[in-house]
Design a protein around this ligand. Structure first.
Ligand SMILES: [Zn+2]
Length: 254
């Protein structure tokens, strides 16, 4: 495959020097267990694919966007007791983000979209803190919920369920174990009402919530479902990238 000019990892200096990038996309994943059938890099592989497909849509519409390498470590404080779930604390993520934003600012790339692929990551508070001290416009989105998944899946699931499994069956089928080896992704509910009803939040101790590390049943997954969903997601995010690339953030509310 020839290098894709919107993927920084595949691009060399002469091309970079000659391209007037309007915005950067920073995909952010995690390294963690995904039921019995999906690989630890699932969130990273999904981020790579979603960011590339979205950037392609934008590039082909004339927007000069560049996808930075996916950060492979997410917030996994609820999975520290699960072997090789590799936690990166929010404060470490904030420090990493600050360094990357500093580099982009110095280089004149003044818009950054964080494309999040892991439920334990949340960049909103980091952006609130960082935004006043940089000229780089910062925003974030979760790729798995930027389009309502319900019309595309019987039961999308939360982690390693039908949505994620279908997307992985489409983009990296060679890395999946057969669905017959997957657990059912059953989630135990909290034993007090406020938490069970969902209006009180606390992070879930993953090993006590799920027997197979999954939340959501992958049984009805198919690569066709994954392909259809990914296409709609990429179209939506790609269109946003085009809109943002063309916009002076100072005039966003004018
Ligand atoms: Zn995942």
């Amino acid at each position: 495959m020839p290098p894709r000019p919107y993927i920084l990892a595949e691009t060399s200096w002469k091309t970079v020097a000659a391209t007037d990038y309007q915005l950067a996309v920073l995909p952010w994943g995690a390294t963690e267990a995904h039921n019995f059938h999906l690989p630890y890099a699932t969130d990273v592989i999904e981020c790579d694919a979603v960011a590339a497909a979205s950037a392609r849509v934008a590039w082909e519409s004339g927007a000069r966007v560049v996808v930075l390498p996916t950060v492979p470590f997410g917030v996994n404080t609820g999975q520290l007791d699960i072997k090789l779930c590799l936690n990166m604390n929010p404060s470490t993520q904030a420090a990493l983000l600050r360094d990357l934003v500093g580099a982009l600012e110095q280089q004149g790339i003044l818009k950054l979209v964080i494309l999040n692929g892991h439920g334990g990551n949340d960049f909103r508070q980091m952006i609130r803190e960082l935004q006043p001290s940089t000229r780089v416009f910062l925003c974030s989105l979760n790729w798995y919920s930027c389009v309502d998944p319900k019309p595309y899946f019987d039961e999308p699931g939360d982690h390693a369920g039908e949505l994620e499994t279908s997307v992985m069956q489409h983009i990296a089928p060679e890395l999946l174990l057969p669905l017959s080896e997957a657990g059912i992704g059953a989630q135990k509910q909290p034993s007090i009402a406020g938490l069970r009803e969902g209006w009180v939040w606390a992070p879930r101790p993953w090993a006590r919530v799920s027997a197979d590390t999954g939340v959501g049943n992958p049984a009805a997954s198919s690569p066709e479902k994954g392909a259809r969903f990914l296409e709609v997601v990429a179209e939506r995010i790609g269109t946003f990238l085009v809109d943002l690339a063309a916009k002076d953030p100072a005039t966003l509310y004018d």
